[in-house]
Ligand binder design. Structure first.
Ligand code: ADP
Ligand code: MG
Ligand code: MG
Length: 256
């Protein structure tokens, strides 16, 4: 049983503190959602966990398997078993989704054993087929060129397939601006639902209040002013959907 433990995290951008002491533990088998008003630091949290260089950690730690992952490069975090969406956001001309996935799997194998010859093609094909079936994806998608003219939804599909293929223990998904793209959120939610298991812990960071139409998280956290101010179960998201964030702001206005 692995767990990701975020302890007293403080993050600044260009000298301005955005995350102001955030604590959160995600265990394998749990699905967590972080919700919160715009500008509260949700994407900052996601970028920090991904290791984006613009985000300066001024205090705190993020522990996984006995290591403070903030000291690791993004690919080292991945190798430990943490999947961070948007790790490979660029279009790669002439590279299909399948080739990209095989390269990603092989990079991880070689990081563990430099002598590794790569995943045998038949084994790769079998794995890809089973994951695409599980995710109810059209097999033709694997032959598309990565991110070449992909819609928001197709980018999400590639991301979820990548997550399924890499079989992480903890996955962190940031639904940046997904309020504008319900199709993308639906694809992510259906993917998470299909991959949900005792071996996978998920953190979904979302701007979209009606997330419960698509996914039932075990835990819902409200982020305000760079901290988690309320935690609960799926009922908390339901409450937010009905009442919005005003009550949260009133209750915690001293910190926001
Ligand atoms: P959320 O995802 O909750 O909407 P963000 O993490 O995107 O919030 O932003 C939190 C705060 O950090 C906002 O005040 C935003 O203006 C600021 N911010 C985010 N990214 C940057 C950046 N790259 N440079 C400067 N300020 C930023
Ligand atoms: Mg925002
Ligand atoms: Mg955001």
């Amino acid at each position: 049983m692995s767990e990701l433990v975020i302890k007293n995290l403080h993050v600044a951008i260009e000298g301005k503190e955005i995350i102001k002491g955030l604590d959160l533990t995600i265990r394998q088998g749990e699905v967590h959602a972080i919700m919160g008003p715009n500008g509260t630091g949700k994407s900052t949290l996601a970028y920090t966990l991904m290791g984006h260089p613009a985000y300066e950690v001024t205090e705190g730690e993020v522990w996984f398997k006995g290591q403070n992952i903030l000291e690791l490069e993004p690919d080292e975090r991945s190798r430990l078993g943490i999947f961070l969406a948007f790790q490979y956001p660029v279009a790669i001309p002439g590279v299909t989704v399948a080739n990209f996935l095989r390269t990603a799997i092989n990079a991880r194998r070689r990081a563990e054993n430099p002598e590794d010859k790569g995943i045998p093609i038949p084994e790769f094909r079998k794995l890809l087929k089973s994951k695409m079936e599980l995710l109810k994806m059209d097999p033709a998608f694997a032959g598309r060129y990565l991110n070449d003219g992909f819609s928001g939804g197709e980018k999400k599909r590639a991301e979820i397939l990548q997550m399924a293929m890499l079989q992480p223990e903890i996955a962190i998904l940031d639904e940046t601006d997904s309020g504008l793209d319900i199709d993308a959120l639906r694809i992510v939610a259906e993917g998470v639902n299909a991959l949900r298991s005792k071996d996978l812990g998920v953190l979904v960071i979302t701007h979209y209040q009606r997330i419960l139409n698509y996914i039932t998280p075990d835990f819902v956290h409200i982020m305000l002013g760079g901290r988690i101010v309320e935690s609960g179960d799926a009922d908390l998201a339901l409450h937010l959907e009905e009442h919005g964030y005003d009550w949260v702001r009133e209750k915690y206005e001293a910190v926001s």
